[in-house]
Design a protein around this ligand. Structure first.
Ligand code: HAM
Length: 403
């Protein structure tokens, strides 16, 4: 075949897609349990939305967006992240007061592809809007942690920091800028370029960490309100039994954050791509987008990285395979009956030999093979442990008892 998927994108099918299915359905379960209904926004948004929300000087906006003109001459962008679109949707909806939404879908960033870093990747996430108190931060932080834990991400770590707000951050940024100017001789070119436009982002530079150990820290410059909020969040998260480490260098790559920021790290993964998720508060974002003041907090998790870190499931995607001794039309009827009764089963619709049907069952590695011998005959239920005859109408109960 001459056509390949675009660089940095993947085709995904069984058996690899099985782990994805499980991790995604687990997400629906956990996000639902914490009271987050589904929110869906377009994959395509106006370019200006991301420029304003994410920030003109961020790498996401300057280097990574898939931006193009549509046929009507509008500049549109494939969403590189989900918060901007969800906040836009909330503001447009006219909803007043606290609001929760969970999402799951593809996102796009033009990055240098490698393991765990794709140009099309999948995020799940939540946004909790019009909430100000630290309990909201703690609830959101806990949800991400519990979900990742139950998905089985090994060596999971939670890092927490505070970035202050419009009250205390400008003062800190000025102090930091001064400090960085004094260190210019030792900083890399990228960092020097950021000193004027966005000095906070310099703290994120991996290469310059040795120069940054003594840099002034936001936590030492928080105003009283931010400091109280940060202390309260930490106390609440601790009270929930969620372990975390304070990381004062955690600034995140998007400009909308205020106060709490956090990241979930899977220490098992390659160090460059070990953030399985991150988030924080963005109390000024709604106003940046022209809306009424609406504080909010949320996170997004990278499903590609989660699947990489939990490893592929070799569990088969089917519970049972139906082998028919009387042809595919009968198998169709029998499978239909079983499926309506809740059994996860497939069969061969092409009328292949019984031997070939058994081969297919082995290839999928199903735990149970059901042999249909004809009308009025019981189903011959075969497992690794042996075989037994079960009347068709009792097969679904047999499966229920088995689990
Ligand atoms: P983010 O840290 O840019 O945050 O992305 C969240 C997660 O998405 C990352 O930790 C990573 O697991 C995954 N991810 C990002 N880029 C890629 C990529 N190129 N390939 C594979 N995985 C990737 C946000 O997007 C914010 N919107 C999170 C948020 C929600 N903050 C508040 N609410």
């Amino acid at each position: 075949m001459t056509f390949q998927p675009p660089k940095g994108t993947d085709d995904l099918m069984a058996p690899q897609s099985q782990a994805w299915r499980e991790v995604l359905s687990l997400w629906d379960e956990w996000s639902g349990r914490y009271g987050f209904p589904l929110v869906m926004t377009p994959v395509l948004e106006s370019t200006e939305l991301f420029r304003r929300a994410v920030g003109d000087t961020t790498e996401v906006v300057t280097k990574q967006m898939y931006t193009f003109e549509d046929r009507g001459g509008r500049s549109v962008t494939l969403r590189p992240e989900g918060t901007a679109g969800v906040v836009r949707a909330y503001l447009n909806s006219g909803h007043q007061g606290a609001w929760k939404g969970a999402y799951s879908g593809p996102f796009f960033r033009y990055e240098r592809p490698q393991g765990g870093r794709r140009r099309q990747f999948w995020q799940v996430g939540v946004e909790y809007l019009d909430v100000e108190g630290p309990a909201a931060d703690a609830e959101v932080v806990e949800l991400g942690y519990r979900y990742l834990e139950s998905a089985g991400v090994p060596n999971l770590e939670l890092l927490i920091n505070s970035l202050g707000d419009s009250e205390c951050r400008p003062g800190y940024v000025a102090v930091l800028r001064e400090y960085l100017r004094g260190k210019e001789a030792k900083l890399g070119e990228d960092s020097i370029g950021l000193i004027d436009v966005n000095p906070l982002r310099v703290l994120d530079s991996k290469a310059d960490q040795p120069v940054l150990v003594d840099a002034p820290r936001m936590v030492d410059n928080l105003c009283d309100a931010c400091s109280r909020h940060f202390e309260a969040v930490k106390t609440l998260v601790e009270g929930l039994g969620v372990p975390f480490t304070e990381d004062h260098g955690l600034v995140r790559g998007l400009d909308y954050y205020t106060r709490t920021t956090f990241e979930y790290v899977g220490r098992q993964l390659d160090t460059a791509q070990n953030a399985v998720g991150g988030g924080g508060r963005y109390d000024g974002l709604a106003e940046t987008l022209g809306g009424r003041p609406t504080p909010g907090v949320g996170f997004a998790l990278g499903i590609d990285r989660i699947v990489l870190s939990v490893g592929e499931l070799d569990r088969p995607y089917l519970e049972a395979y139906l082998v028919s001794e009387t042809g595919p039309e009968d198998a169709l009827q029998v499978a239909s009956r079983l499926r309506r009764d809740g059994v996860n089963v497939d069969f061969d619709s092409e009328g292949r030999s019984v031997k070939a049907q058994f081969r297919a069952a082995r290839r999928i590695d199903v735990a149970v093979t059901l042999v249909w011998k004809g009308e009025g005959e019981p189903i011959d239920v075969q497992t690794k442990g042996g075989r037994q005859d079960v009347p068709l109408e009792e097969v679904s109960d047999w499966f229920k008892e088995r689990t």
